[in-house]
Design a protein around this ligand. Structure first.
Ligand code: PMP
Length: 434
């Protein structure tokens, strides 16, 4: 049954009403059970009824529901920041809490601008991102996203932007080029773009370590991110990593960039941080950036009313404690191998599957019209949407993405099941998708 006064994203959608959640399953008002094969959109890493997180939320509401961060800090926010920093890569040293992924990216863009302020004006304003990326829906984060069709109806956008190629080996690497050489060549596009714009004009470069919502779980080849890090260091460009989708254990490391052996200057996380129990995101930044702002204006000119919310922080603290104490990232690595093997076995030879790839419990399947040539389906067919609909009817939630609309890459679905899924449950998910 639909609720007529809620504004649904897809205006004509008739949605079932979700009434319960149990482990890897969601239950609707008719009692139908859905396996949450995408964790919503890579959110529900602990499943839907985690006792520790539920108890933490209840205890925090009973003790303190809200204290505005203009006046107070709170125990859960301090403890969560400590835990994140203790496990964060590089010299990330401060945590700025927000309510979701777009806010984390928006905060990162503004922090990068403010970091480069001299005499009251930002000296570097340009942001470089990658084509085929998604960084959120607020107007700044939308500017950063690489998908032209997503931006099309909202221009003119507000951030000075340019986009370089992503690292998409399957689609772009010629057979006679090694993966290493390919990674270096694509990374060098960043240097060329910085030089084209002028060495002193670029404030930051932003990328997802594993591309989620636009390409369907595409990791980079080894060495690619190390080369990007070198280029950013050489030209004083801040490296922002957007781990809103791929972070918080999803790829088998607490932070996805640990898998690439690099550390950013600014790191954005959300989704899995609240694991669906509370809306929370965070922007982590290096000591150098924090100290520069503190010594300059002494005030990050940015903030929302609900930042650092004690109940959201209590949920985040319980989530990260669960991830670490149960060593769930290690479980994600082994279950991820199981899932990838099961997907390969079931769909690897399918006439309309072009590629299966990913890291950990973050896997993408690409659908093509022709397996041999990898020619995509006509976008008008809306294949990914049809797969989503058919899977939903079978009681499986998977996350659809249309092809890249430049006619080069096919439709995808993303699988991002809860980390607690057993091998038998993962097999059941593959059965339902099949
Ligand atoms: N960045 C990435 C990489 C994302 O995948 C998303 C959400 N799909 C966002 C940012 C935006 O997050 P939110 O929807 O929580 O605003």
């Amino acid at each position: 049954m639909t609720r007529s006064h809620v504004f649904p994203r897809h205006c004509h959608a008739a949605l079932p009403t979700a009434v319960g959640g149990e482990g890897c399953y969601l239950i609707d008002a008719d009692g139908k059970r859905y396996f949450d094969g995408s964790g919503g959109a890579a959110v529900s890493c602990l499943g839907h009824s985690n006792a520790r997180v539920r108890e933490a939320i209840k205890a925090q509401v009973d003790q303190l529901a809200f204290a505005h961060t203009g006046f107070f800090t709170s125990d859960p926010a301090e403890k969560l920041a400590d835990l994140l920093i203790a496990n964060a890569p590089g010299d990330l040293d401060r945590v700025y809490f927000v309510s979701g992924g777009s806010e984390a990216v928006e905060s990162a863009i503004k922090l990068a601008r403010q970091y480069h302020v001299e005499n009251g004006e930002p000296q570097r304003r340009h942001l470089i991102a990658r084509r085929q990326s998604y960084h959120g829906n607020t107007i700044g984060a939308l500017s950063a996203g690489g998908n032209a069709w997503r931006r099309q109806q909202f221009g003119p956008l507000l951030v000075e932007m340019s986009h370089i190629a992503p690292c998409y080996e399957y689609a772009d690497r010629p057979e006679d080029e090694t993966p290493e050489a390919y990674g270096q060549r694509v990374a060098n596009e960043l240097e060329a773009e910085i030089l084209r714009l002028g060495e002193d004009s670029v404030m930051a470069f932003i990328a997802e370590p594993v591309v989620g919502a636009t390409l369907g779980a595409v990791p980079a080849v080894p060495g690619y991110f190390k080369r990007l890090r070198e280029i950013c260091d050489r030209y004083g460009v801040l490296l922002i990593l957007d781990e809103v989708m791929c972070g918080m254990g999803r790829t088998g490391h607490l932070f996805a960039c640990d898998g690439d052996g690099i550390a950013p200057d600014i790191l954005c996380i959300a989704k899995g941080l609240g694991a669906g129990y509370q809306p929370i995101g965070a922007m982590l930044c290096s000591a150098r950036i924090y100290d520069t702002i503190a010594a300059g204006t002494g005030f990050f000119q940015h903030g929302h009313t609900y930042i650092g919310h004690p109940v959201a922080a209590a949920a985040g603290l319980a989530v990260v404690s669960e991830l670490l104490e149960r060593d769930l990232p290690a479980q994600v690595r082994t279950r991820g191998q199981h899932l990838q093997a099961a997907l390969e076995q079931r769909f690897g030879q399918h006439a309309h599957v072009g590629d299966i790839r990913g890291r950990g419990l973050f896997q993408g399947i690409e659908f093509v019209a022709d397996r041999g040539t990898k020619a995509p389906f006509d976008p008008a067919l809306g294949i990914a949407g049809k797969v989503k609909k058919a899977a939903f009817a079978e009681g499986l939630i998977c996350y659809p993405m249309p092809g890249t609309r430049d006619g080069r890459h096919g439709d995808h679905v993303l699988l991002a099941p809860p980390f607690i899924a057993t091998e038998a449950e993962l097999d059941e998910m593959v059965d339902r998708l099949s």
